[in-house]
Design a protein around this ligand. Structure first.
Ligand SMILES: C[S@@+](CC[C@H](N)C(=O)[O-])C[C@H]1O[C@@H](n2cnc3c(N)ncnc32)[C@H](O)[C@@H]1O
Length: 388
């Protein structure tokens, strides 16, 4: 909006819908949006033949009535004569209320499920039949109707668009590339970006393909595509596999195999990383780390970051600044200082570290870590580096 040329990279379909809707900000016709809003206020839902394209992890996320209404209102826009920009915006409105009208809530690594959902009821019945105590109930509170949620969000978005359009003159070039930064950035010319702002996934097991499962499924991804997305993420879950053979192929294809080897060396020769890795191995042997995937995740995370930071350094112009957000993490009692280790890797690549800002951290240690290993505060940081 400031007219700065900008390029983003994202893999999640929901982010591309958000980008599509936001990038049209100057071309929305307020009269058309108001007209659709009014028509929507008057329409009453009825049964439709459309069904929600569930994947396994989203099944039972809505009550029957909500799901039926959702599909009615989702299809309703196709029965109206509207511009394609308004259609995309309307689709985003639907996507943005999915969680609100569902029995789920995004919660770090997974979706939490309300006790009223079929999924939890079935689980509890099975637990009771095996003489186990039922799961601790999670109650989301009152769930609005689809129409209420949709109108409320629409009203808010209309106000936003009206105020943002005031005095707006779209300048510059902005785009978001749909694909993994690790696979795309190596193909970009060197020395072209004046700055980078990024908040990559953290090494904290948060899996966006699970927390955004409702939105991704609604937008049409099937099980296979979700699994592919999960593996394309920067390594941040215990399910992520190493990307090294894939990256090797990419670097060979673009005739940069030497760079592939150099990037791998950044990690194999980094003594801080090696020390963390051996500490984690010892803790795993002692039984302090309950999931062996933690070790592969931490290793994969820093390999992925080494490739990312190396490509950022190469594509940045002289004097470019990088602002890099991240959280430190702790496994089996071992604190991983992601901020200082990333900064050390950045420095090895040639960046000059300028500052590490420590942000107020709202999240604490997990209760598991705290109970067993005591409380330790974990930093949330913004690192600032400069290419000389
Ligand atoms: C911590 S979130 C930050 C989101 C957003 N940039 C922000 O600041 O609100 C990390 C984002 O990185 C995206 N991501 C993960 N792996 C990626 C990859 N290989 N290429 C591009 N984006 C990726 C995720 O989908 C997620 O949206």
């Amino acid at each position: 909006m400031l007219g700065i040329n900008a390029l983003g990279f994202e893999i999640l379909p929901i982010c591309h819908l958000i980008w599509e809707a936001k990038s049209h900000i100057e071309s929305y016709h307020i009269e058309e949006l108001v007209d659709i809003f009014e028509r929507l206020s008057e329409v009453e839902s009825s049964k439709t033949e459309f069904i929600f394209p569930h994947i396994t992890i989203t099944k039972d996320a809505f009550s029957e009535d909500i799901e039926s209404d959702l599909m009615f209102f989702s299809n309703w826009i196709n029965t109206q004569q509207v511009s394609k920009e308004t259609k995309a915006l309307y689709q985003l409105l639907i996507v943005s209320i999915l969680e609100e009208v569902s029995y789920t809530r995004k919660d770090g690594q997974y979706l939490r499920w309300d006790y009223r959902s079929e999924k939890i009821r079935r689980k509890n019945q099975s637990r009771i039949s095996k003489d186990k105590i039922p799961l601790k109930p999670f109650n989301k509170g009152e769930i609005p109707t689809v129409k209420e949620a949709l109108l409320r969000t629409f009203r808010k978005v209309l106000l936003d668009i009206k105020s943002l359009q005031f005095g707006l003159e779209k300048k510059g070039f902005q785009d978001v590339i749909n694909g993994s930064i690790l696979e795309n950035l190596p193909r970009y010319e060197s020395n072209q970006f004046s700055g980078v702002i990024t908040s990559p996934p953290y090494c904290n097991r948060y899996d966006y393909t699970r927390t955004y499962a409702l939105e991704i499924a609604y937008l049409g991804a099937d099980e296979l595509e979700i699994r592919k997305l999960r593996q394309s993420q920067l390594c941040c879950t215990v399910e992520n596999r190493s990307k090294l053979s894939k990256l090797e192929k990419i670097y060979r294809d673009i005739d940069r195999f030497d760079d592939f080897q150099k990037n791998c060396k950044i990690i194999t020769e980094n003594t801080t990383f090696q020390e963390i890795n051996s500490a984690l191995k010892i803790r795993q042997k002692r039984g302090e780390i309950n999931n062996p995937g933690i070790l592969t995740m931490v290793e994969g995370y820093f390999y992925d970051l080494a490739f990312l930071l190396a490509e950022m350094f190469r594509t940045c112009k002289k004097s470019a600044y990088v602002a890099f957000v991240n959280d430190n993490v702790r496994y089996g009692g071992e604190i991983i200082p992601v901020d200082t280790l990333c900064t050390e890797i950045a420095e090895t690549l040639g960046f000059i570290p300028e500052k590490i800002y420590i942000l107020p951290q709202r999240k604490g240690n997990s209760s598991q870590q705290m109970g067993r290993f005591g409380k330790e505060s974990l930093r949330k940081s913004i690192m600032i580096w400069r290419k000389p």
